[in-house]
Design a protein. Structure first.
Length: 162
């Protein structure tokens, strides 16, 4: 399905990133990893999302070459009040560095969290401190396009032949 959508839309595979939680891998992990490897072979980036909240994150990092690790916001939200959260975040950043994988901290909402992550050399951050979600039309000027004047976006439907 991913391949068909890439062909239909003309989107370069390298511009697509799929975020996979451990829940996708639990159960029939052999099948799931096989599918993810095929998607990755297309050139699609795969990120391990919500890292640290499941049971076998390290074994999945070893068995599948993810392109990025995303630290769950639960650890970020507790940085200021919980030394264990800070230690876990430091460890995940160090793990990412050792595996040559960029690390993204999710849910950054305070200046103190951002300063901590900056001191620890976290690769990327996302959260309300950086920016709040907006309608897609609001981003037109950033992409060098005229502003979208439509009140409601027109839904795009993609049909996939199976």
């Amino acid at each position: 399905m991913v391949h068909a959508i890439l062909l239909e839309t003309g989107l370069p595979a390298s511009r697509l990133a799929l975020e996979i939680t451990e829940g996708v891998l639990i159960g029939d992990s052999t099948r799931a990893l096989s599918i993810l490897r095929r998607v990755k072979a297309l050139g699609v980036n795969i990120a391990m999302d919500d890292f640290g909240t499941g049971y076998s994150s390290l074994s999945y990092l070893q068995s599948f070459p993810f392109d990025k690790i995303k630290i769950d916001q639960a650890f970020i939200s507790n940085l200021e009040n919980n030394e264990q959260s800070a230690a876990i975040v430091r460890a995940v950043i160090g793990l990412g560095r050792g595996l040559h994988l960029p690390v993204v901290a999710e849910g950054v909402e305070t200046k103190e969290q951002l300063e901590f992550l900056s001191r620890e050399a976290c690769d990327e951050v996302q959260g309300f401190l950086i920016g709040r979600p907006k309608p897609i039309g609001d981003y037109a000027s950033m992409a060098g396009r005229p502003e979208d004047t439509e009140a409601e976006p027109t839904p795009t439907r993609i049909a996939v032949a199976r």
